[in-house]
Design a protein around this ligand. Structure first.
Ligand SMILES: *C/C=C(C)/C=C/C=C(C)/C=C/C1=C(C)CCCC1(C)C
Length: 241
């Protein structure tokens, strides 16, 4: 067998990294079409939530198209990291909006939304500084991790958890499922980060796991962006009946 991923491309062969950018673009585009085309079936108050599910996957699909374009014919790569973080800086705050919209009827305020967005921006900006080599990868990764755990705390033990409980029904179920995405699904990203920045760090062994940083990030995005959207979609379906 030559190359499993020997399919449509500009230059003859496709590695696993390029393949996951390619299939990621397609999966995210397909999910966007699915969310957008389903909009009219929902009650008005759920349409914004499902619309945002579609925006998250659509914004990511466009960035995936450009990230794949950064891979040169000789296996060299341009500045994928910057495009990646522009994508995240748009889509992760939109995921915060999903939490807010879900719990708005139960009493979530724009202050809750602001706290989630500020924490997610701190998490991502610190991650970018570490990953782009503008500072120590372990220190900035640690700052980023602290903000990440603050988000986990807010969702599971803070006001948002109480509001979800008081709402009950499919809103509570959706909130709890989204929490698991944040705790387990989002934990995929620090693994990718450690692989990508392993050189010379205490976690230098991470360079030997056999997966490329971008492959790990791409798996994380497929799970989290499409999965998150489907959880919101399922809640909207249940609540519309
Ligand atoms: C759609 C994109 C999503 C859900 C991206 C999420 C990204 C993270 C949860 C990233 C977290 C990081 C850490 C917790 C520490 C190391 C640096 C990051 C930015 C990779």
């Amino acid at each position: 067998m030559t190359n499993l991923f020997y399919i449509i491309n500009d230059h003859g062969g496709m590695g696993l990294e390029e393949f996951t950018f390619f299939i990621g673009t397609m999966a995210l585009m397909g999910a966007s079409a699915f969310f957008f085309l389903s909009l009219s079936q929902f009650d008005k108050k759920w349409r914004n939530s499902v619309l945002i599910s579609g925006l998250i996957t659509f914004i990511a699909a466009v960035h995936y198209y450009y990230m794949r374009g950064e891979l040169g014919p000789d296996g060299s790569a341009g500045d994928i990291t910057s495009i990646r973080y522009i994508d995240w800086i748009l889509t992760v705050p939109l995921m915060c909006v999903e939490f807010y919209l879900l719990l708005k009827v139960a009493g979530a305020t724009t202050k809750h939304l602001r706290d989630l967005i500020v924490l997610s921006l701190v998490m991502l900006i610190c991650g970018y500084v570490g990953e782009a080599g503008m500072g120590s990868a372990q220190i900035w990764g640690l700052f980023s991790g602290v903000a990440y755990f603050a988000i986990v705390y807010m969702i599971k033990f803070g006001d948002l958890a109480k509001l979800a409980k008081s709402a009950g029904g499919s809103v509570e179920t959706a909130h709890n499922t989204l929490f698991w995405f944040v705790l387990v699904g989002w934990a995929i990203y620090p693994i990718g980060y450690m692989i990508g920045t392993a050189d010379g760090q205490w976690y230098s062994f991470m360079a030997n796991v056999g997966l490329d940083m971008n492959v790990v990030y791409n798996i994380g995005d497929a799970i989290n962006k499409i999965g998150f959207g489907l959880v919101v979609y399922a809640a909207a379906v249940k609540e519309t009946k």
